[in-house]
Design a protein. Structure first.
Lengths: 262, 432
């Protein structure tokens, strides 16, 4: 009744690659009704009484957060601000601008960020990456017309984000207490310090005259903030858990450790 | 009986029995690349085999909120402010069109990944789409559920039905030609019960209902999922917990790559690297996500009903209260524990419930077998290697749904929902 022609268009090489490399489970036992009993291929601990999930998760909850009551309040404030002000503004922005313009705006600010990325790659003595970011800056500012397009990514130079928090981390500065910043969201003491430095680097550089123009026309900051929200996928409440605060705290902390380690 | 009549009778039997065989997609024809059910469950379909999707800007959609339980405004602590009203997402077509309700899986939000995918597919297929959170998710429990103790599927369905009626009343100008219903995973089971309820209440007269990877015996599924965190994983010692070993694998992977590149192909590439996860590790990851769902349910249900198992009744909770201690307590309780400590006692008190076996029968597809067998508008799509099924479950589906069952050979649990072959089949079902 709902029989369909099942002819997927095989996508050449990548599909063949996946087919050859995705290992099927060993020796399939197939029931009469076609069921392949996937769980029978797993090794379970004999008593079914290990507490590895509990041990791991309880350990993961132990993140240094001495300012928790304050942080939670700010978290709720951010959630409300996001819902009542930030997201409606972003929706307005989306409805009055065509996508080409929005992409241009995103690329433009992203190109500005590469100044900070370059600065921090140099500070971490990452030679090859510094070259790559420099090349990105050159290509995107010239061929990309002041960064409105991002030809560098298409030329095989992906964006390499480094901020001063990561630089500090790579020199062994511990993350310190967890902080939820008003408007900006999760952070910690080290990364908050880093944020201040990164902001401080941008204004004396005055790349493409943006810092100077911004101090005269503060609405540029507004556009930048709206663009930042537009490009951030996170939505409060989407985890749909009463423990969202704890989960975000864990993910933020571990994601930063990953970024520092790479 | 003359000989030729007997022959006719025999032929008739043969014909009807062949007509009621399920549609089995052979593995060679299917073309789904992931042969490992755990990989498929975690990673889903590789990007190049997914259907083409619309950009969000191209969908005329909006989130709405409705008050279904006005009392919860006063009942619930302050930190629940965001879920005191129930939210849903509606995508509308510019012209009169059929409307499809989609019900999310265990613990999932109306805007979860699979929900967005299904919305996109059905919107492209010309439907108005309403996305509903699962009755097991904290927003429905807080904002719409009468007992806030999900698991009695018929009661969950009743809650959902009221929500759907409220939504229908909320959009009087929306031009709807006919109503359809679907749901994946636990949402599939809910869809079956909602459809059954609709046969008597008749608010929608659903034209077609599609169950995607539903549990057949809910208790089997629950035990399977609880078991997944009992796999023997290597490299877990006293010094490094399971998450730490996962994260160090990820760190080593990125260091070898040279930079962090979070994209859709990451998971496939990761499984090709030296750090690839074993089946046991993947099972543990899947099990862990379900344990987080059960912790949310355990905490929320206990709090709303003031049972005092996790949170002391009337414990003052404000926006600044540290509720991590309750999270710790709730994390120790898996689905089986939730059933024993909260669901079954509630069922016995409110519904004069009986034994565990009776409960299992009442909350599984068995409860609706006659209805499902006779109702031509309902179909099922399932996978032969789905981890939430137990032995015999596919047999039950075959006997009950006959040709309205499609069995895909691969995909794990919902891993092939975003495979183009599957999305085409879904649209085909609703269009014909």
């Amino acid at each position: 009744m709902i029989r369909l022609p099942v002819r997927p268009s095989p996508n050449g090489l990548s599909l063949a690659l996946l087919l050859s490399l995705s290992l099927p489970l060993a020796a399939q036992t197939v029931d009469d009704d076609g069921f392949t009993r996937p769980l029978e291929h797993l090794k379970f601990n004999p008593g079914l009484d290990q507490r590895e999930f509990e041990i791991s998760t309880l350990a993961a909850l132990a993140i240094y957060d001495p300012w928790e009551p304050w942080n939670r309040r700010v978290y709720h404030f951010n959630h409300r601000f996001d819902e009542w002000v930030f997201l409606p503004v972003v929706r307005g922005y989306q409805s009055v601008t065509p996508r080409v313009v929005r992409n241009g705006v995103s690329n433009f600010f992203s190109n500005l960020d590469d100044i900070g990325n370059l600065f921090n790659n140099v500070l971490q003595l990452k030679g090859q990456r510094s070259m790559q970011v420099t090349a990105r800056l050159l290509f995107n500012t010239t061929f990309g017309v002041f960064g409105l397009w991002d030809p560098a990514t298409r030329m095989g130079l992906p964006k390499l984000k480094e901020d001063f928090g990561q630089t500090l981390g790579s020199y062994g500065v511990p993350h310190g207490p967890y902080v939820v910043l008003p408007f900006l969201g999760p952070s910690n003491l080290r990364d908050t310090g880093g944020l201040v430095v990164d902001f401080g680097v941008e204004s004396p550089t005055n790349f493409l005259n943006v810092s100077e123009a911004s101090s005269q026309n503060p609405e540029i900051y507004l556009v930048r903030a709206v663009d930042a929200r537009y490009t951030t996928a996170f939505r409060y409440g989407q985890l749909n858990s009463p423990f969202e605060y704890e989960k975000v705290r864990y993910v933020y902390t571990q994601a930063r450790e990953l970024q520092i380690a790479d | 009986m003359p000989y030729f009549l007997r022959l006719f009778a025999l032929l008739g039997c043969l014909l009807t029995s062949t007509a009621s065989l399920a549609v089995d997609i052979p593995i060679e024809e299917y073309g789904f690349p992931l042969h490992n059910p755990f990989e498929a469950t975690i990673a889903g379909t590789p990007p190049e085999l997914r259907p083409s999707l619309l950009e969000n800007d191209d969908i005329d959609q909006k989130d709405y909120s409705i008050t279904v339980r006005p009392d919860r405004e006063y009942d619930l602590p302050d930190n629940f402010w965001a879920v005191k009203k129930l939210r849903y997402r509606l995508a509308v077509q510019p012209k009169p069109a059929p409307l499809i309700f989609i019900i999310a899986g265990t613990g999932a939000h109306y805007a979860a990944g699979n929900m967005e995918l299904l919305k996109n597919v059905f919107y492209q297929g010309g439907f108005h789409v309403v996305q509903l959170s699962s009755p097991t998710s904290c927003d429905v429990m807080a904002g719409a559920s009468r007992y806030a103790t999900p698991g009695l599927i018929s009661e969950d369905a009743d809650d959902l039905y009221r929500v759907m009626q409220t939504i229908k009343a909320r959009h009087p100008r929306l031009a709807v030609t006919e109503y359809h219903l679907t749901g994946y995973s636990l949402g599939g089971l809910h869809a079956a019960f909602v459809s059954h309820l609709d046969e008597t209440r008749r608010a929608f007269n659903f034209k077609r209902v599609l169950l995607l990877n539903p549990p057949v015996n809910l208790y089997t599924s629950v035990r399977n999922l609880d078991m997944l965190v009992q796999t023997q994983v290597e490299n877990v010692t006293n010094a490094a917990t399971f998450y730490e070993s996962m994260l160090s694998k990820l760190t080593r992977y990125f260091q070898q790559k040279g930079h962090i590149d979070l994209n859709e192909a990451l998971l496939y590439d990761f499984q090709l690297s030296r750090q690839r996860l074993s089946n046991e590790e993947m099972a543990m990851l899947i099990g862990a996500t379900f344990r987080f769902s059960s912790a949310d349910i355990v905490f929320t249900s206990d709090l709303i009903n003031r049972r005092g198992l996790i949170t002391p009744p009337d414990y003052p909770i404000t926006e600044s209260t540290d509720i991590t201690r309750f999270f710790r307590r709730a994390l120790l309780c898996d689905f089986d524990c939730y059933m024993t400590e909260q669901l079954i006692p509630m069922w016995r008190t409110r519904f004069n419930g009986g034994s565990l076996q009776q409960m299992v029968d009442a909350v599984s597809l068995y409860a609706l077998q006659d209805y499902l067998q006779s109702s031509d508008k309902i179909a099922v799509m399932h996978n032969a290697d789905d981890i939430i099924l137990g032995p015999g479950d596919l047999g039950f589906l075959r006997r009950t749904f006959g040709s309205r069952l499609t069995v895909y050979p691969l995909g794990g649990h919902c891993g092939n929902l975003n495979y183009k072959v599957n999305t085409q089949a879904m649209l085909h079902f609703f269009h014909h």
